[in-house]
Unconditional design. Sequence first.
Length: 165
Amino acid sequence: MIEFTVRDRLRWLGVTLVVAAAAVPLSFVLWRTPPGVAVPPPGMLPILLPVEVVIPALSLGLGVAFMLFGRKLVIRERASALSRASFVSIWWLLVNWWPHSNFHRVSTGWVSLTAIDYFFHTTVIVATCVVAAFFLSVIRERQQVPLLDGVAFDVGPAQAVGGRS
């Protein structure tokens, strides 16, 4: 198993924060508020801005870090098709909130709102099903691992034949 060090955590945090810091102003550049869209009263902005813009930007940043650093594990471990699909699904579950919330923010009517919800909600449901299938496969795998004095014995691919590494 590969150790997740303090340095790794700082790299993940750094990428997350840099991407989020760039995503917040980009939200207003890429998704300009069209005329006629309901705008919240100025007093509500301190409450709504973090929920509508900052939190999805942080999720985008974490998704970018997940793709950059997690990809190496998927490649190194020669992951199964379900593992790779789960990796992409987790990535999508993290990054989709940024465009999703921004499209909602500039939505001009029921037609665009329905299109946004069909696209994003359907893909999130599919991604969640993939992650659920992966989770169940991992649980089933672990239930089949032999026990050695009541403790699970690691028989994963990282261990050499004969129990020696």
